[in-house]
Design a protein around this ligand. Structure first.
Ligand SMILES: Cc1ncc(COP(=O)(O)O)c(C=O)c1O
Length: 393
């Protein structure tokens, strides 16, 4: 199925990657098994040596995980996909598979907080360093390149400010120097943006977010041409942060509704963003679908919609932002996003709480900033919930 070209994304999201067993199951089978048996010693030897294709052990491959990987590869238009235990393990695997001691990364200064931690505190222990530059300024990316730069890493739209990186422009700069470009496509998913078509070499996902869509399991993935994903696979099968079969199965069920969720949640986000922008207690709204967004035109060119993340600054600082959060009865106070249940987060004290105040300021995360990941509830109910706190500011 994933090999058949021409199917539209919603069809691929429901069908791609499926391999039926001898039982002819309609729904994807869940293969909860750590290892696989061989018909004889010679076959075991052939499987272990790689001479014969087939499953050996679920740290290496698993049929349910393979269906998930095949489905996501088809959606991203990628030759291959390697599934990982979480979004962070996808990013770690990508970096450790392709970079070595002495290599350097140029990354956006608006990355997800844990990615900033990984690049600035953990990777340097392995001799891999990073320079953070403004997401929206291609000349800053170019200026940060060193002879040892091997990777551009960007996340667009960024979390939580929804800054848009110009994927074709950054790719042109990187490729002129033989540098790989990896894009975290968590916010858009392949329904709204296909980084590989825009020139990127690799796409990473936190499948935990929209691919699951219902806040149930963690997962991640790296998609791209086999010559690049192969290295990621070799790292994973040895280092171990592979996706569990159970999580892959849950993610497959989530992906079946990806297209309709992205559309419905995006439409609600656009309405909520417009409402917030007109609100007297709101200083600024960050949403790529709003004409006031600094990269609105680029977002329209690069994405098939504004997405479902809306951030906004209340008039005031932490106290006023927390007032809004603490008066929510419907919106969930939780850091996750991509769920059918709308969530609200104060980034400066949660997702971005571990980075230094200077780094936070450089990334534009103010104390008055709130991030809403819009779900499937009625927009009017979300507005009423937010109004309770906003009216007290
Ligand atoms: C943009 C982005 N990338 C990566 C991650 C990390 O994913 P995970 O929590 O699945 O490790 C997150 C998590 O919130 C995220 O928002």
């Amino acid at each position: 199925m994933s090999e058949v070209p021409g199917y539209r994304p919603e069809t691929l999201a429901v069908r791609a990657g499926q391999e039926r067993s001898q039982f002819g199951e309609h729904s994807e089978a869940l293969y909860l098994t750590s290892s696989f048996v061989f018909k004889d010693a010679a076959q075991a030897a052939r499987r272990f040596s790689g001479e014969e294709e087939g499953n050996v052990y679920s740290r290496f491959t698993n049929p349910t995980v393979d269906i998930f990987a095949g489905r996501l590869a088809a959606l991203e238009g990628a030759e291959d996909c390697v599934a990982t235990a979480s979004g962070m393990s996808a990013i770690m695997a990508l970096v450790l598979a392709h970079l070595k001691h002495g290599d350097h990364i140029v990354a956006s200064n608006g990355l997800f907080g844990a990615t900033v931690q990984l690049f600035s505190n953990i990777m340097p222990r392995a001799g891999i360093t990073a320079t953070f530059v403004p997401q929206t300024d291609p000349s800053a990316w170019e200026a940060a390149i060193r002879p040892e730069t091997k990777l551009f890493f960007l996340e667009t739209p960024s979390n939580p400010l929804t800054e848009i990186a110009d994927i074709p422009a950054l790719t042109a700069i990187a490729h002129a120097r033989g540098i790989l470009v990896a894009v975290d496509n968590c916010f858009c998913t392949p329904i709204l943006q296909k980084p590989l078509e825009l020139g990127a070499d690799l796409v990473v996902h936190s499948a935990t977010k929209y691919l699951d869509g219902q806040g149930r399991v963690l997962g991640g993935a790296v998609c791209g041409p086999r010559k690049l994903t192969e290295e990621v696979f070799k790292f994973l099968r040895t280092a171990g942060p592979t996706l569990s079969a159970f999580n892959a199965w849950v993610l497959l069920k989530g992906m079946e509704t990806l297209r309709i969720r992205m559309e419905a949640q995006g439409a609600s986000a656009a309405r909520l963003a417009a409402w917030l922008e007109a609100h007297p207690k709101v200083a600024r709204v960050f949403y790529p679908g709003l004409p006031s967004h600094p990269q609105h035109a680029l977002a329209q060119k690069q994405q098939r919609g504004g997405g479902a993340i809306v951030s906004f600054e209340v008039k005031g600082a932490r106290e006023q932002a927390w007032t809004v959060v603490d008066h929510c009865r419907l919106l969930s106070i939780t850091a996750n996003l991509g769920d059918t249940k709308t969530t609200i987060t104060h980034p400066a004290s949660t997702t971005h709480g571990r980075i230094t105040p200077e780094a936070r300021a450089a990334a534009g995360i103010s104390e008055g900033l709130l991030r809403i990941a819009v779900g499937l509830e009625a927009v009017e109910d979300l507005q009423a919930d937010l109004e309770r706190g906003l009216s007290l500011i």
